[in-house]
Design a protein around this ligand. Sequence first.
Ligand code: URA
Length: 240
Amino acid sequence: MERIDKLLVQGGAGSRRDVQKIIRDGRVQINGEICKKPETKADENSDVITVDGQAVNCEKYIYIMMNKPAGVVSATVDNRDKTVIDILPREMKRSGLFPAGRLDKDTEGLLIITNDGVFAHRMLSPKKHVDKTYVAELDKPITEETVKRFKDGIIFADGTKCLPAKLEIGESVDNKIGIVTICEGKFHQVKKMFEACGIKVVHLKRISIGQLSLGSNLPIGSCKLMTNLDKKSVFIGNIH
Ligand code: URA
């Protein structure tokens, strides 16, 4: 149990001062009962807390899946471009959020945004080998030789070695779509892996992290809160 004003700050409803006013104005309800005292205690996991009738998630940590659009950067602040934090819906905004991992500015797809550093560290740790799967549209067809090179582990021109990766040829008449699964996060990794094979990536989209898939009902640019099952599925079914 925690004070309602503290929980509402945690839930992104405003500063301590703002939320105390909101509470005194009678705009807050706990389980359907108006609460006018900032010192009232509530449980962020089991109580339904609303402001003006809108539920506020007051849990300490939140986990958001975003279908990142091209043109925004995977950062918390940037003085030139819009960031993935800038485009979060107002009700999900709160302090301390950051993208767990990076997608290039021109890459679309699944990105997790959280304020839980332990979760992000676990997900990004090279030792955990969490799989990331991408759909890559290419300027040239994939051959069986390309598939084999990915499987053996690509070596970049500077000598950097990649772990073995899975490359499947996606459904298309010209074999110019690759479905790539990697378990590391080197800078521009997928683009550089294809580049090492003389192929240019013209469009890249991440479709899953571990067993967590983007699915088809999260339109580009939109977000949803992850369930506990979503969180667990990040860590299951990895290839290495
Ligand atoms: N590999 C890339 O080249 N770019 C990304 O955004 C992610 C993986």
